[in-house]
Design a protein around this ligand. Structure first.
Ligand code: SAM
Length: 280
């Protein structure tokens, strides 16, 4: 790897960093971070601490959602001039609910090589231990902060057959679980992966109602960082009922309940009786 080869364009290395346990920074990630001309970091203080742990001294540039557009062109010019750069976020893989998308897109559009140095990501770490179907899954990132928008998003996902993954923070986990019970039914199988690779790592599994009860009863289970996973609905009867409930929720805003239920049942193929009540 050459940091300053004027004759050839540099490489933008997208480097994953630990999500808790510093031992997860790979040897290749360490080598890359040492050798590039500079590191673009979401929070330079945070990254400096990580680098200090590994005895790495490097130039750091702050690249976050507020300055990424403005900075991308200048960084691409440096890459084109032959400098190699690394992109990191505070934890895990850049671009996964983190900055970097605009820089990567600009670099690729300019014909600059963008190369991954893969490693930790909370979503894959959670999926790997959840024991839920993992051949096909959907990552939904963070749900909207506002209750109405969050509930709408969840209602739109009620018929999803693939495993669903969400990122969630400590101050909203209880509310999100309550909203999930309404959207997906109390019996839906779920996993809550908390503080992965850290001292208080816990992976809870059970029905949504069981997880909600555990989290409501124990304040420690509301601390830290979370990945929430939900099993998808079965392809057949469950999917029809979920779709029927989604349609019923929309239609009942405009029609009397009985007419909304009749129409939702016809459109979804679910039994009309199953569309009242919301539970499973
Ligand atoms: N780019 C990161 C990645 O690849 O996982 C994700 C960044 S996003 C801003 C931070 C969110 O990821 C947290 O709010 C939490 O939902 C999830 N997360 C990060 N670290 C985690 C951990 N150690 N255990 C569980 N979830 C974690």
């Amino acid at each position: 790897m050459s940091a300053t080869t004027a004759s050839r364009p540099g490489v933008l290395y997208v480097v994953a960093t630990p999500i808790g346990n510093l031992g997860d920074l790979s040897p290749r990630a360490q080598e890359t971070l040492r050798q590039v001309a500079a590191i673009c970091a979401e929070d330079t203080r945070h990254t400096r601490q990580l680098l200090a742990h590994f005895g790495i001294e490097q130039a750091l540039l702050a690249l976050h959602e507020h300055n990424e557009d403005e900075l991308a062109d200048r960084l691409v010019a440096r890459l084109q001039a032959g400098e190699s750069l690394a992109l990191v976020s505070d934890a895990g893989t850049p671009l996964v609910s983190d900055p970097g998308f605009r820089l990567v897109r600009a670099a690729r559009a300019a014909g600059v090589r963008v190369s991954p140095v893969p490693g930790p990501s909370a979503l894959i770490a959670a999926l790997s231990v959840a024991g839920l179907p993992s051949d096909r899954f959907v990552f939904e990132g963070f749900l909207p902060a506002k209750a109405g928008a969050r509930r709408d998003r969840l209602a739109a996902l009620a018929g999803e057959t693939r495993t669903l993954l969400f990122y969630e923070s400590a101050h909203r986990i209880a509310e999100t679980l309550a909203d999930c019970v309404v959207a997906f039914g109390a019996a839906r199988r779920a996993v809550l992966a908390r503080e992965l690779t850290k001292l208080f790592e816990t992976v809870l599994d059970g029905s949504l109602a069981e997880l909600q009860a555990r989290v409501d009863a124990d304040p420690n289970q509301r601390k830290g960082e979370f990945v929430l996973l939900l099993e998808g609905v079965g392809e057949d009867a469950d999917a029809k009922v979920a779709e029927g409930r989604r349609l019923y929720a929309k239609l009942s805003a405009h029609l009397p309940p009985s007419a909304a239920a009749k129409l939702a049942a016809e459109l979804s193929g679910a039994p009309r009786k199953a569309l009242y009540g919301g539970g499973e």
